[in-house]
Design a protein around this ligand. Structure first.
Ligand code: FE
Ligand code: FE
Length: 199
């Protein structure tokens, strides 16, 4: 995937992310809200001593659900990871964007390579797995493994699956927003051609 030059002012980007969580973070699925799921995922990344980029990716991995609000029929894949990656690429490096973009493929990979993994998926994850392409062929697994951030995506996926514990205590969103501000790429000077500004 080609990453566009980061071109969103960091405070505007962080504000937009905060607004997205404020507007949609209360939506409930599998016993937790979207905000709780994101915070738990980021907390698990921190507990595993992940670097700040991967903690940011953990927090933001499902933000695509907040951005593209087009209703998707039950039998279709919503491609939320691609929507998230396109949005995040305007303000974050590949170390944040790529694990997010790959977190669905990571599930397909784990189902194909870890016999016990499929049995650990929640009913919703098992349902979406089928829509997302199901298990990978050996050739698809090799393509996945060759991607630069595949290992980070696999770590993220494990935290994602575990980040559904009702009533678990986490730091507040504000704590992670500060981390995002540190990790976000500063605005770069435009070239003569410039990159499209999506802010
Ligand atoms: Fe997801
Ligand atoms: Fe998730």
């Amino acid at each position: 995937m080609n990453h566009p030059r980061p071109n969103m002012e960091v405070p505007i980007l962080i504000e937009r992310i905060a607004c997205l969580f404020l507007e949609h973070g209360g939506e409930r699925s599998e016993g937790v809200t979207s905000l709780e799921h994101a915070l738990q995922c980021a907390q698990l990344a921190e507990w595993a001593h992940a670097g700040p980029e991967l903690v940011a990716a953990a927090l933001l991995h499902d933000i695509g659900h907040f951005i593209d609000r087009t209703p998707v029929p039950e039998h279709l894949d919503d491609a939320h990871e691609r929507c998230a990656a396109s949005f995040l690429a305007h303000g974050f490096s590949a170390a944040v964007v790529e694990p997010v973009r790959l977190h669905v493929q990571a599930k397909r990979y784990l189902v194909s390579t870890d016999r016990r993994y499929a049995g650990t998926l929640s009913p919703a994850s098992a349902h979406s797995l089928a829509l997302q392409g199901g298990s990978m062929s050996p050739a698809e697994c090799r393509v996945f493994e060759a991607q630069p951030h595949a290992q980070d995506a696999l770590r993220l996926r494990r935290w994602d699956d575990a980040a559904k514990q009702p009533l678990r205590r986490t730091p507040p969103l504000e704590y992670y927003l500060s981390l995002l501000a540190e990790v976000a790429a500063p605005r770069l000077e435009r070239t003569a051609l410039g990159a499209p500004d999506v802010s």
